[in-house]
Structures are given as C-alpha cells and as structure tokens.
Design a protein around this ligand. Structure first.
Ligand SMILES: CC(C)(COP(=O)(O)OP(=O)(O)OC[C@H]1O[C@@H](n2cnc3c(N)ncnc32)[C@H](O)[C@@H]1OP(=O)(O)O)[C@@H](O)C(=O)NCCC(=O)NCCS
Length: 211
C-alpha cells in the first residue's frame, strides 16, 4: 500500500475491480484517451482476462488501483469479521473503491539493459482536473527512480490530449519527438507525441525532498 497526501495506491483485486475496469473500457472518452486503437465495446470476459492475467503474472511490474486516501474511520478493524477482508467488506463491496488506475510496464525483456518503464494513467472523470494526476505521478517518479532503480520513464500520447500533456510537463516530463498522423480518431489523423523523464532530471529537482 502506498500513500500520497490525498490518495492511496493498492494492488488490483479482480473480485472487486473488474466492475470498474469494465466501466472504464466501455466509456468512449476514457478509451480514446488511453489507447490509439479506437473505441470498441469490451466484453466482461476480455476485461476479466486482462486484469486477471496481469495479477497472476508474478514477473510483471505492478498495476495500481488509485483510491481516495482512507481516513481512520474507514480503515478495517484489526480483527475482521466473517467474509470481510482488507480489500472487500463483508457484503462484497470494494473497501477502497477505485477512482483511477496507474499501470507500469517494463520496456524490453529479461535481457534488456535500458532500465526503462512506460506507464499509463486514468482517473474517472469526476476526479480529473483536481491536481491528483500531478500528485500521483510525482509519487510514481520517486517510486520508479528511487525505490525500483529505473533510469527512464517514457510514454506516448495523443498530441491533442492537452490535459495529459500539461500534467506530464508539470511533473517534469520532456517532449522528445512526434510521429505524424499516426492514428485515426474522431474523423482525423492524430500525431503521437513521445515524452520521457530521466532519473538525473528527477533527482536534480527532488533529491532532497521527500515526495
Ligand atoms: C491525464 C490525467 C491523468 C491528468 O490528471 P489530472 O488530475 O486531471 O491533472 P491535474 O489536475 O494534476 O492537472 C495538471 C495540469 O494539467 C493542466 N490541466 C488540467 N485540466 C486541464 C484541461 N481540462 N485542459 C488542459 N489542461 C488541463 C493544468 O495545466 C494543470 O496544472 P495546474 O493545476 O497548475 O493548472 C487525467 O486528466 C486523466 O485521467 N485523463 C483521462 C485519461 C488520460 O488522458 N490519460 C493519459 C493518457 S496519455
């Protein structure tokens, strides 16, 4: 479990998170913002396979469910009742409902020496534009560089995704290049922009800070 000022990041629990994952993958705006393959309806089975496949792969880097940071009142009791556990309440609901998701993927296989990860991020619409993306990505950069020892974080995005690009720039990501007319969205060709941050860039700004 990881915490920022307003958020908690926990692992995925398919039993409680498949529902929200299915919701996100069937929302055209959400899908268009995180993929370049166009919106298609996702079946329950496909969403389940992706989430369960990822959670069962012990060699994969973590995917995080982002939740609101719990208050002392909604922390579980130290002795849990029947059918109650850390992620689920006794009636089967998520104890810490997802408001977003952060995925990380290692670039290259076992022999790759670039120490590079890519990430994906999505907040549900009611939690966008409140500074949470900036907050969680600052945590993520620190985790990736300081805790895991990676060297480079990179991403690719729709050049028209101003919200994402402004958020990434605010955190310190730098634009590296542009692939022109790379994918088709809403009746037009869109460019794909590549952005990245290097560990030395992060440490230059944050070595003495705790975030
Ligand atoms: C992209 C995303 C993660 C950003 O997180 P967020 O919490 O909404 O962003 P923040 O509130 O931290 O905003 C950071 C900066 O982005 C800019 N920003 C915020 N809302 C914006 C908007 N509607 N349009 C343009 N820029 C915007 C601002 O410059 C802001 O800085 P400021 O607060 O100092 O003014 C989030 O909006 C999201 O999940 N979007 C849908 C999925 C997505 O696009 N994922 C990225 C795929 S590459």
């Amino acid at each position: 479990m990881f915490f920022t000022e307003r958020l908690m990041l926990r692992g995925i629990d398919p039993e409680v998170d498949n529902a929200i994952f299915l919701q996100w993958t069937n929302n055209v705006e959400s899908v268009n913002s995180i993929t370049t393959s166009g919106p298609h309806p996702w079946s329950r089975e496909r969403a389940k396979q992706l989430v369960e496949g990822r959670t069962k792969n012990a060699d994969a880097l973590p995917w995080f469910i982002i939740c609101e940071r719990p208050t002392p009142e909604n922390e579980p009791a130290s002795v849990l009742g029947p059918n109650d556990d850390y992620y689920r309440t006794a009636d089967g609901q998520a104890r810490y409902p997802a408001i977003g998701m952060l995925t990380m993927t290692k670039i290259g296989g076992a022999t790759d020496v670039s120490r590079t990860v890519a990430f994906g991020i999505l907040f549900d619409q009611s939690h966008q534009g409140k500074g949470l993306g900036t907050e969680v990505l600052r945590w993520f950069c620190n985790y990736t560089f300081s805790t895991l020892g990676y060297h480079r974080i990179e991403l690719q995005m729709d050049a028209k995704n101003a919200k994402a690009s402004n958020c990434y720039r605010k955190v310190g990501f730098v634009e590296e290049g542009r692939q022109r007319k790379k994918f088709w969205l809403e009746g037009e060709w869109r460019d794909v922009v590549g952005m990245a941050m290097l560990e030395e860039e992060w440490f230059k700004e944050h070595r003495l800070r705790d975030d």
